[in-house]
Write a protein that binds this ligand. Structure first.
Ligand code: CDP
Ligand code: MG
Length: 169
């Protein structure tokens, strides 16, 4: 009798500890997906492999990638949040001026990590060792795009890919 009670308590303690370990692992392991675009200034200089090395060096994996030419409508819709900004027309023209490589990156804190790897929007302000410091030609021709939040990552990945398919990997 005594033994049975002891065993039951032991089983509950083991289940409790396992659950606590699983929960804390989940919290530490903030696996995310983010959308990256290698922009026309960079594809024109064949920089895709060099840029991908920045991601893999920081433990981001490219889980999906395709090269395409954006239509005017696609570029307008992709950057719809900027539609009232003075640079919107030029940005759409630039983003449709040559091929882009759209890609999904996966990794721990991938969204923030990718923004750090990219560097500031204006290459003049970009930190040493960032993609934009290394490759960007100007504020507009700044080589890469990266989602800036979980919400935009979901929207932007779905813009180019089957979200459920790429996030299964
Ligand atoms: O790309 P990021 O999120 O860093 O910057 P953004 O403020 O969301 O702007 C989107 C893109 O518009 C930039 O990456 C630039 O290519 C372009 N841009 C521009 O041409 N002139 C500006 N004053 C601001 C942005
Ligand atoms: Mg942005």
């Amino acid at each position: 009798m005594m033994n049975n009670k002891f065993l039951t308590i032991l089983v509950f303690i083991i289940i409790g500890i396992s659950l606590a370990v699983m929960l804390s692992n989940n919290r530490k392991n903030n696996m995310q997906y983010t959308l990256s675009i290698i922009k026309p200034d960079a594809t024109a200089r064949n920089l895709t492999a060099d840029i991908n090395k920045f991601f893999t060096d920081k433990s981001l994996t490219v889980v999906a990638q395709k090269e395409l030419l954006l239509s005017e409508e696609q570029a307008q819709n992709f950057y719809i949040e900027h539609k009232n900004r003075p640079f919107y027309g030029g940005l759409v023209e630039y983003m449709t001026s040559g091929p882009v490589v759209v890609q999904v990156l996966k990794g721990e804190d991938a969204i923030t990590k990718n923004r750090e790897i990219m560097g500031a929007t204006n290459p003049k302000n970009a930190a040493e060792g960032t993609i934009r410091k290394e490759f960007a030609e100007s504020l507009e021709r700044n080589s890469v795009h990266g989602s800036d939040s979980e919400e935009s990552a979901k929207r932007e990945i779905s813009f180019f890919f089957d979200y459920d398919e790429v996030t299964k990997k």
